[in-house]
Every structure is written in structure tokens, then in C-alpha cells.
Ligand binder design. Structure first.
Ligand SMILES: Nc1ncnc2c1ncn2[C@@H]1O[C@H](COP(=O)(O)OP(=O)(O)OP(=O)(O)O)[C@@H](O)[C@H]1O
Length: 157
């Protein structure tokens, strides 16, 4: 090892930028601008952004893990009912921090446990809950590739 191999800041921890997928759902699409501002104010970088209306087939594929559940037909109808805004958010710990920012699935529970969360403030009921967030690092990779085919994942960054 010669001098050129010595790291300049050997004590600095490795900070890994992580990506997660956020969706502003049809019931909150009219609040998209203010939600995006809040996301930026929390230090997330928005690396990709896309507004679209999901077809029933796309919504079915995206929520395939819930296929067969009682609420599945109303979930698909809801996700197809208007435009959604899809965002890739990047920062260290993005998956967990975005999940904390959106709050529990049911807005009533969110209003009890996490009144500042987005679902507490913008959600209506268990289906119309305003926002989505990937639930894991690998879930985020899958969902980002679904919404942005051909895009780079955190592992590629
Ligand atoms: N019991 C239910 N009744 C009605 N809709 C539901 C129910 N459970 C979940 N949903 C709908 O299906 C979506 C996916 O459910 P999931 O259990 O994955 O919740 P989540 O991970 O908090 O939400 P999301 O995946 O949208 O971030 C929920 O966000 C909600 O819109």
C-alpha cells in the first residue's frame, strides 16, 4: 500500500443513498404539489417523476400480492379512478423514513398514532389512504422497475 491508497477521511462512515417508490394516489392527486414540497423539505431528492392513470391491468399487476382479498376489486377501481403521481425518492434510509412519513395504512389509525403523517392528514379510509410507500429495499427495487422500466436501482448507483 503506498500513499495514494490511504483514504483522506478514514473515520467517515459509509453513507448509502437508498431509493424508494412513492405514489400520490387518486384521492390526493389534487394535493400533489403541496405533498411534493413537503417531501423535498424533508431532504428527499426526487430522482424520477411520472404522472399517469393506471389501467385496471396495471393496477392489478402492481397490487398482485393482494389478489383474491375482499378489498381487491375496490382497490383496483380506486387506483384506476384518476391520475396518480409516481416518485422515486432518494436519501439514506429512504424506505423507512418515507414509511414513517406516510403513517399506518388506515387513516383513522394514522390520526391516532401519527397525526402529522400524510395518511392522517390526507387519507379518508382504508382504501383511499392518499399515498403509497415501498415496504422494503427489495420491494422498492421491484416497484421502481415496474413504474420506470429500465431505470437504475439503488444497487446500481
Ligand atoms: N382491509 C383493507 N380494506 C380496504 N383496502 C385495503 C385494506 N388493506 C389494504 N388496503 C388497500 O390496499 C393497499 C395495499 O395494502 P398494504 O397492506 O400493502 O398496505 P400498505 O403497505 O400500508 O399500503 P401501500 O402498499 O399502498 O403503501 C393499501 O394502501 C390500501 O389502499
Amino acid at each position: 500500500m503506498d500513499d495514494t491508497d490511504v483514504p483522506l477521511f478514514p473515520e467517515a462512515p459509509a453513507v448509502t443513498v437508498e431509493q424508494t417508490l412513492a405514489i400520490i394516489k387518486p384521492d390526493a392527486i389534487h394535493f400533489a404539489d403541496e405533498i411534493v414540497e413537503e417531501i423535498k423539505s424533508r431532504g428527499f431528492t426526487i430522482t424520477q417523476k411520472r404522472r399517469l392513470r393506471l389501467s385496471p391491468e396495471q393496477a392489478t399487476d402492481f397490487y398482485a400480492e393482494h389478489y383474491g382479498k375482499m378489498f381487491f376489486p375496490s382497490l383496483i377501481a380506486f387506483m384506476h379512478s384518476d391520475d396518480i403521481l409516481v416518485l422515486v425518492l432518494a436519501k439514506p434510509g429512504a424506505v423507512q423514513e418515507w414509511r414513517e412519513m406516510i403513517g399506518p395504512t388506515h387513516p383513522n389509525k394514522a390520526r391516532q398514532l401519527s397525526p402529522e403523517s400524510l395518511r392522517a392528514r390526507y387519507g379518508t379510509d382504508q382504501t383511499r389512504n392518499a399515498v403509497h410507500g415501498s415496504d422494503s429495499y427489495f420491494g422498492a427495487e421491484r416497484e421502481i422497475r415496474f413504474m420506470f422500466p429500465g431505470s437504475k436501482s439503488s444497487g446500481d448507483m
